[in-house]
Design a protein around this ligand. Structure first.
Ligand code: FES
Length: 145
């Protein structure tokens, strides 16, 4: 007797590059034209649906780390809500400034009304891109006089 792997899209082979498929959401959680935040085995991803296809990227803008899941989709890119950078959904390349560095992208697919994202062991190890830690954030908390 064989058991279906619930973390594997139906009919899909293994993901490329040593990655494994991780179920992150039901299809209805990402309506057309929307982007939402999910976690794939602890890796924070922004999942978007554009013209019926799903895309997964890092959730952090490479300009100043704003959350891309707070942004919106324009044309075929994801626009950061902070300063307007737009990144190509497929390649992660910046389309409009001020960002100049691409965002990370992940393979994504849909099967049986569920969305899957391919995550590598390296992705799991570092947990995906996170908000930067800034030296200026190390100030001691204010104390009451
Ligand atoms: S933080 Fe995204 S454009 Fe500035």
């Amino acid at each position: 007797m064989t058991m279906d792997n619930p973390q594997q899209p139906a009919g899909a082979g293994p993901a490329e590059g040593g990655a494994t498929w991780v179920r992150v959401a039901r299809s209805g959680q990402v309506p057309e034209g929307y982007v939402r935040r999910f976690f794939a085995d602890g890796v924070e991803v922004a999942v978007a649906r554009f013209q019926g296809s799903v895309y997964a990227t890092s959730n952090y803008c490479t300009h100043l780390d704003c959350l891309l899941s707070s942004g919106k989709l324009i044309d075929d890119g994801i626009q950061c809500s902070c300063h307007g950078s737009v990144f190509d959904l497929q390649s992660g390349e910046p389309i409009y400034p001020p960002a100049t560095v691409p965002i990370e992208t992940f393979p994504a697919r849909e099967s049986d009304a569920e969305i899957f994202v391919a995550i590598t062991a390296a992705d799991r190890e570092h947990g995906g891109r996170r908000r930067s830690f800034r030296a200026s954030d190390t100030r001691a908390p204010r104390r009451a006089p």
